[in-house]
Ligand binder design. Structure first.
Ligand SMILES: NC(=O)c1ccc[n+]([C@@H]2O[C@H](COP(=O)([O-])OP(=O)(O)OC[C@H]3O[C@@H](n4cnc5c(N)ncnc54)[C@H](OP(=O)(O)O)[C@@H]3O)[C@@H](O)[C@H]2O)c1
Length: 227
């Protein structure tokens, strides 16, 4: 059975992915709070990726790193400290994970890594400086690692638009905000965690065995379509 390590499988997109994979794969979840999914194919470690040592694992075929941030602030009130925290959770956490497991991952079956960017990297949205800077670094890391690990480990990222998860709850907290958010997108919808998780499941599958170094938009048309 394939082993998939999900960092951040307790909530949001990571949880949706865990639920999608758990019947056919052994899933290892690492998050600060445990997943409420109970299944014989699930093992879990509770830790903070920015603070704690990662556990040793004897086999892993895919790694999906989900922790991230959405701090939206005008430059005048954006603190350097927040920029550094965004870098820690989005970039350093992902780097630490891949550094820890890349040797064991290399021995896996069709081994791969999926990271998360955001549509805000390519679109230049106001108040997104901190998250766009951190996720821009994630995108650079994806391309560099894809080159370094080829032909063995594939490395890709998904760049979603706003997705209905605990991370985005504050931006979708009432009907007016939800309607405005929908209206900004050519497809007039807000994503749910499942549809982004579907893309992650595809990218770690054999069907994506020729895909590496890519940043895949799952964004209701936001990055490309004008209407
Ligand atoms: N949702 C959106 O609108 C949106 C848009 C664009 C990009 N993205 C990106 O997509 C990715 C997934 O987003 P999401 O909305 O699913 O996020 P989420 O709802 O916040 O879920 C994040 C997961 O990561 C875990 N996590 C967070 N900090 C952690 C830490 N320090 N140590 C260990 N685990 C930690 C959380 O579990 P615990 O709290 O239990 O630790 C949770 O399971 C993120 O990288 C995000 O930046 C999301």
């Amino acid at each position: 059975m394939r082993k998939v390590l999900i960092i951040g499988g307790s909530h949001g997109i990571g949880k949706a992915l865990l639920k999608e994979l758990i019947n056919e794969n052994h899933c290892i979840n690492i998050s600060r709070t445990p997943s409420d999914v109970s299944h014989p194919n699930l093992s879990q470690f509770e830790l903070d990726i920015t603070q704690d040592e990662l556990p040793d694992i004897d086999q892993v075929d895919s790694i999906v790193y989900c922790p991230g941030s959405i701090v939206l602030k005008p430059i005048g009130s954006l603190k350097e400290e927040v920029l550094r925290q965004d870098f820690e959770i989005n970039v350093v956490g992902a780097f630490k994970t891949i550094k820890k497991y890349h040797r064991i991952l290399k021995k896996g079956v069709n081994p791969s890594v999926v990271l998360f960017s955001t549509v805000a990297v390519s679109q230049g949205m106001p108040f997104h400086t901190s998250v766009a800077a951190a996720k821009g670094a994630v995108e650079g890391m994806v391309r560099s690692m894809a080159a370094e690990f080829a032909p063995t480990i594939r490395v890709n990222a998904i760049a979603p638009t706003i997705t209905d998860t605990p991370l985005a709850a504050n931006l979708l907290r009432n009907d007016t905000m939800r309607e405005k958010m929908k209206d900004r997108h050519p497809l007039k919808r807000i994503l749910d965690g499942d549809e982004v998780a579907n893309m992650a499941a595809y990218l770690i599958s054999d069907k994506a065995r020729s895909i590496t170094g890519q940043i895949i938009g799952v964004d209701a048309g936001m990055s490309i379509v004008r209407n």
